[in-house]
Design a protein around this ligand. Structure first.
Ligand code: AMP
Length: 283
């Protein structure tokens, strides 16, 4: 595995792959990798000639009160995991190289970032879009792989790619979960044993909503009430939001029909976890 630590070095390596006629699959991450990240690497490996993974804890997407400084980092372990998956290139840039003094340009997708997670994380998606556009320009991928765990992020990035006519396909991959159902996340590390046990309520409450939908319940307020009630039984959990929305516009949906997005964010102490479910087609 080749490790590139500068923007210039990564650009040159990507250019060489392109001129050799090799397709590039790209997996942007913030590191502290788990099976969710590795599933994206595997999806790229089977489809593309060269797989590039970036690890960059992007300061532009963290609010001043958020966990940028304590976001978990373990480059050695990450590099070993990536090498084990046959990753071709690891891009690990420094913040000063990505955002040199005088940096002034940011990408705003209008509307969508004001919903769901954007309400408690103002500026978050502006930071995400800015870094991902930069990374796309540096790595020049044919396909880029993202997890459905971050459903709003995936939707916003797809909109950015379409609006800017970017030459990259965004491939969305399923949520990878721990055996008890908790969606994998680098932030799960922050959960103490009690909160970790309690956090299973996120996926359980979504599963209960899915069961109610299978039984014919379609009213968003009834389903949201069910999810909220289930989560409220965990004293350590503090709900940020539970919403049922149109999966394209993120507007509140009038019903919980097939294709709707049920999304939630819940705090355990200062750790904020997200999970979601797309209502399946009947069958
Ligand atoms: P992060 O390192 O948290 O920025 O995530 C990097 C990529 O991995 C994003 O596209 C995430 O959506 C994806 N990802 C994170 N957790 C999971 C998971 N449990 N399952 C699938 N994809 C994930």
């Amino acid at each position: 595995m080749l490790t590139l630590t500068t923007v210039a070095g990564m650009k040159e390596a990507a250019r060489a792959e392109k001129s050799a006629g090799r397709t590039i699959g790209f997996v942007p991450t913030m590191g502290y990798l788990h099976e969710g990240h590795l599933s994206l690497v595997r999806a790229s490996k089977v489809a593309m000639d060269t797989t590039v993974v970036s690890i960059f804890v992007n300061p532009a997407q963290f609010g001043p009160q958020e966990d940028f400084a304590r976001y978990p980092r373990d480059l050695e372990r990450d590099a070993a995991l990536l090498a084990g998956e046959g990753t071709d290139m690891l891009f690990f840039p420094e913040a000063a190289d990505m955002y040199p003094p005088g940096f002034r340009s940011f990408v705003e997708v209008e509307g969508l970032p004001g919903k769901l997670c954007g309400r408690t994380r103002p500026g978050h998606f502006r930071g995400v879009c800015t870094v991902v556009l930069k990374l796309f320009e540096i790595v020049r991928p044919d396909k880029a792989y993202f997890g459905r765990k971050d459903a709003q992020q995936a939707l916003i990035l797809k909109k950015m790619a379409a609006d800017f006519n970017l030459d990259v396909d965004l491939v969305l991959c399923p949520i990878v979960r721990d055996p008890d159902g908790l969606a994998m996340s680098s932030r799960n590390k922050f959960l103490g044993p009690d909160d970790r046990r309690a956090a299973v309520v996120l996926s359980r409450s979504l599963a209960e909503a899915a069961a109610a939908i299978r039984d014919g319940e379609r009213r968003p307020e009834a389903l949201i009430g069910l999810i909220r009630g289930r989560i409220a039984r965990e004293p350590a959990a503090r709900i940020d939001y539970v919403e049922i929305v149109d999966a394209e516009t993120l507007e509140a949906a009038p019903d919980a029909g097939p294709g709707r997005l049920i999304a939630l964010a819940v705090y355990f102490g200062s750790t904020r976890l997200i999970d979601n479910l797309i209502v399946p087609a009947k069958g």
